[in-house]
Design a protein around this ligand. Sequence first.
Ligand SMILES: *[C@@H]1O[C@H](CO)[C@@H](O)[C@H](O)[C@H]1NC(C)=O
Length: 437
Amino acid sequence: MFSVATAKYTSFNVPLTLTLKGPLDHDHDHEDQAHHKANPDRCDGIEFDAIAPDEKGHTFFFKGDHLWNGFNGPAQVSSAFFKELDDYHHLGHVDAAFRMHNKEKPKDHDHIYFFLDDKVFSYYNHSLEEGYPKDIQLDFPGVPGHLDAAVECPKGECNSDSVLFFKGDEVYNYDIATQSVKERQWAHLPNCTSAFRWLEQYYCFHGHNFTRFHPVSGEVNGVYPKDARHYFMRCPNFGHGGEAKVPKCSEVTLDAITSDDSGKTYAFTGHIYMRLDTHRDGKHAFPIARTWKELDKGVDAVFSYSDKIYIIKGNQVYIYKSAAPSTLIEGYPKSLKEELGIEGPVNAAFVCADHHIVHIIQGQKMQDIDLSATPRVVAREVPLPIAGIEAGMCGPDGVKVYVGSKFYHYETPRLLAFSKMSPEPKKITPDMMGCVE
Ligand SMILES: *[C@@H]1O[C@H](CO)[C@@H](O)[C@H](O)[C@H]1NC(C)=O
């Protein structure tokens, strides 16, 4: 079940960014380059001015009049991406930046805001919105100028859709709807020079280090600070270094795929897993063992059922709580025989939402096991019309089973089992897995 493509995703400490390149990656910054300072190298250990994602989930790191687009690659001139930033008094840097999360006001949602002195700039699709730059006070009353950092905090993570602004050791919690500002000091947190929300976590950057904090309490859990070069960029002497290879879509093959009740979707290949539902933050690959630490040798099949994630490897079943951090349920792993009444290996497994049946695919047969019954027994076994299925999931739009770098889409498990005609296989696309054509 290990695929050739596995080698293409390298396993290391750093999020392997699968974000595709931005819309402005041409060379038109070259003629501009002359009047800018030499390209900084973020592997030297840089204190960033600002970090923020754009509406497509590309993360930008700012330093002086340069930026980096994503976790890989060299510095580029900021004004090649955000043209007007350079026009404004030729300040040559931004103080802070964040991406707006405001579902109530679609007009502002996903805009990227920059702060320079006492001005704010709002961009969408890399174009400056009309009426900007403006005084910060007009858009964000009560928020001071000359900020150090800013970060979005959507409702659910903060009490309401908010922005956290940082200046010195002051934190300003700005409620977007009421425009009210609560000022606080988190004495244990270093002064942040940039702040970044990424995959539901909050990071305060200071020097070339970062500290993860809780956006409501400011609490820091774990061993911090950490060196950003190990985590947010690829540097030769940090992590495992080297170039990250983004695989071609035609080479991507999955070992397993699943979506849990909260909509988090995970694809597994070799030692790597990817979150597929994180459009706003780009798609990123991580070592499986980073999240499910007992599984350092890959997986065969994964399914989600009642707030838990079931991972099958060989003849063993591992059950984890879905909620972060993933913890293995006591008493696991157990044998497949004991847990589900079958022998391994398993090629693919899935449960449809609100159902209690796990559909287990082994070779060219599918077995249905009722998870609400004890003991667990195979209630039904059917031959399948297609061979070579290695991963499968059931979502709101039906069942997808993956064969090589293609997948078949069926409306229901029943149709997968009984269709006389196989549907046309579809290709895995960059949109789905962050691969390249
Ligand atoms: C943090 O900010 C406060 C207020 O601006 C300042 O007095 C203090 O020296 C700063 N701390 C560090 C470590 O820079």
